[in-house]
Ligand binder design. Structure first.
Ligand code: AMP
Ligand code: MG
Length: 579
């Protein structure tokens, strides 16, 4: 049983209480709001935003952004031109996007973001104007483009100044629900933070970021969002696998959104440079804008802030694990202070269950394997604490260390809840952790597909389970080849039989609402990318549509094989940091 206990460490177990849970608002996957594209356009918009389509903005000239808040709150580096330099005593630098070489093409657009967040009529995205606004060629009314100065620990080491080397924040849009969203272009040219980079992003990485941001949202995982993806004919040179084989690719820009783009690295750079007044200013701003339950005159406000970030980071990483998502580059500059998923790069959804799954082929040591993510979260939170130290008293620093000690318990408590839900378990029984760990160990031994094993357990009836009838259930067929499968199954069925007021139908419904049938597997993204590179965006569109309802069985997805055993060629796919 010792190997089962290894799995326990990876995934699960013991419940422990901690500071109050303060989850960010995000789309719960059981909420029908997540699946609005199944309705007609007008129905969806009316029911979600209490507006009719005719009330959506139809003229981009009437869509305006505000940069006032950020510019008034912080000193902005005014150096003109996008010259790479070391920047001090500021949070942002003014930087104008560099227009992409045309012709420009709208490769994809998220209706959910365009209508639901930006209150724009989808028709405006079809205009030439939109192509320019959403790729950096023209500035939206009110926009003052800024590049953010941040630093970060990369692969364990302090990397100094990083910053938005190829992203421009355009300004804030406050939508009709009163939510303020920061719009950002990625791939929009050089900034003072570009170091040796060209400021561009290529089509393949941009398709992945666009699709995965939206897919994660619909999976119910807190994330930045993507409004549009525009591709150009601008040549961009990349050595995709760092093997000397440089190829010409094409530039693309994603228009992405988040309530805030501040990261752990935003705080770190100020602490590392001894800019304590600015550090305090940044923290006060973040707390005031995004942590409404923290009072500005609370003498412990930075400590409470820290405690919230610790809590929510644990929750976020537990959610990643529960959908088999590995971020790939969990550096502190890629960890949001709002604990949302940001900066999609060489991420991957685990297929065959393996705690050592590493999506990024450049990560030789497996530092950011899926099973290591929770520990890396701890490392990043340690770095955040170090950066906060200048504004914490000795007593508060001691308390912060105690808070951090609670991180693994929060993670384990959350992961335990999530996996229990994945198995349809109600209530709490002593052996629940063992039941889950036992299953994961069998999945590891049989290399069963993570997504489809849980999904099929939720689709199969208790009777079928009892009879070992898994016809056309490929993941369960794999799992059931394990010599201990019948032992586990008896334990599981017994556990289910002890759930009062539960029916097998209810169990299956619950499980289908938390176990997706479709995730963005590398091979699916790769196939869509290859077409997008020939200006055929139909597969990107199809994936966006299907991944917007990942819990609902869809005919087009079944025909495309998105819930089938991955094709053999998928095994050869590699994803690197190159983007
Ligand atoms: P990432 O790994 O994409 O999160 O990027 C890490 C850092 O490298 C950030 O500061 C990015 O802005 C910067 N960076 C990545 N690619 C480029 C590029 N092509 N040009 C300029 N800066 C880049
Ligand atoms: Mg990054």
């Amino acid at each position: 049983m010792s190997s089962i206990h290894t799995v326990l460490v990876f995934a699960l177990l013991s419940a422990a209480s901690f500071t109050p849970v303060c989850l960010l608002e995000f789309c719960q996957n059981t909420d029908s709001d997540c699946h609005s594209q199944d309705k007609t356009a007008s129905d969806a918009v009316r029911s979600r935003w209490n507006m009719t389509v005719s009330e959506l903005i139809q003229d981009l000239g009437r869509f305006s952004l505000s940069c006032k808040k950020l510019i008034e709150a912080f000193p902005v580096d005014e150096v003109d031109g996008n010259f790479v330099c070391t920047v001090k005593n500021c949070i942002f630098s003014r930087s104008i996007p560099t227009p992409l070489k045309g012709p420009l093409r709208l490769a994809a657009v998220s209706k959910d973001v365009i209508e639901g967040i930006l209150n724009l009529d989808m028709a405006v995205t079809q205009s030439d104007e939109f192509l320019h606004y959403a790729s950096g060629g023209r500035l939206l009314p009110g926009s003052v483009p800024l590049a953010h100065r941040y630093g970060g620990h990369q692969f364990g080491y302090w990397a100094g100044q990083l910053g938005d080397g190829r992203a421009h924040s355009l300004g804030q849009y406050t939508n009709r629900k009163g939510e303020a969203w920061e719009l950002q272009l990625k791939g929009s040219g050089k900034t003072p933070y570009s170091r040796s980079g060209d400021g561009r992003a290529v089509i393949r990485s941009s398709v992945r970021e666009f699709l995965c941001s939206e897919a994660m949202h619909f999976l119910g995982v807190p994330t930045s969002r993507a409004a549009s993806l525009i591709v150009s004919d601008e040549p961009v040179m990349r050595d995709q696998f760092y093997d000397g084989n440089v190829k010409t690719e094409r530039g693309a820009v994603v228009l992405r959104l988040a309530k805030s783009w501040f990261r752990i690295g935003s705080v770190e750079i100020l602490a590392q440079s001894g800019e304590v007044d600015l550090l305090r200013k940044l923290l006060n701003f973040v707390i005031e804008e995004h942590f409404s339950s923290i009072k500005s005159d609370d003498p412990d406000k930075y400590l409470v802030f820290y405690s919230t970030v610790v809590n929510e980071t644990a929750h976020l990483i537990a959610q990643w694990t529960s959908v088999g998502f590995a971020h790939g580059v969990c550096n502190t500059d890629n960890f949001s202070l709002l604990s949302i998923t940001i900066d999609y790069g060489p991420f991957g959804f685990m297929e065959a269950y393996n705690p050592d799954f590493v999506p990024n082929t450049s990560d030789d040591e497996g530092r950011y394997s899926i099973g290591a993510q929770a520990n890396v979260g701890l490392f990043n939170l340690e770095k955040l604490l170090a950066a906060l130290s200048p504004v914490l008293s000795n007593k508060q620093q001691k308390e912060a260390k105690i808070i951090l000690k609670g991180y693994s318990d929060i993670y384990q408590m959350r992961i335990h809840q999530l996996f229990k839900a994945k198995l349809g378990l109600l209530g709490e029984e002593e052996d629940d952790g063992y039941l889950i760990a036992f299953l994961l160990k069998m999945m590891e031994d049989t290399q069963s597909d993570f997504t489809m094993t849980f999904r099929q357990l939720g689709e199969v009836s208790a009777q079928q389970l009892h009879n070992n009838n898994f016809t056309q259930m490929w993941a369960l067929e794999d799992l059931s080849s394990h010599q201990l499968f019948s032992d586990w199954l008896s334990m599981y069925l017994l556990r289910l039989s002890r759930q009062p007021n539960d029916s097998d139908l209810d169990r299956r419904d619950r499980m289908k609402n938390v176990n997706p049938r479709y995730v963005l597997r590398n091979w699916m993204a790769d196939s869509a990318i290859r077409r997008a590179e020939t200006n055929d965006f139909s597969e990107v569109e199809r994936l966006l549509h299907i991944l917007s309802s990942p819990f609902v069985t869809q005919e087009t997805a079944e025909e495309a094989g998105y819930a089938a055993r991955p094709p053999l060629w998928a095994k050869r796919l590699k994803v690197s940091c190159s983007s």
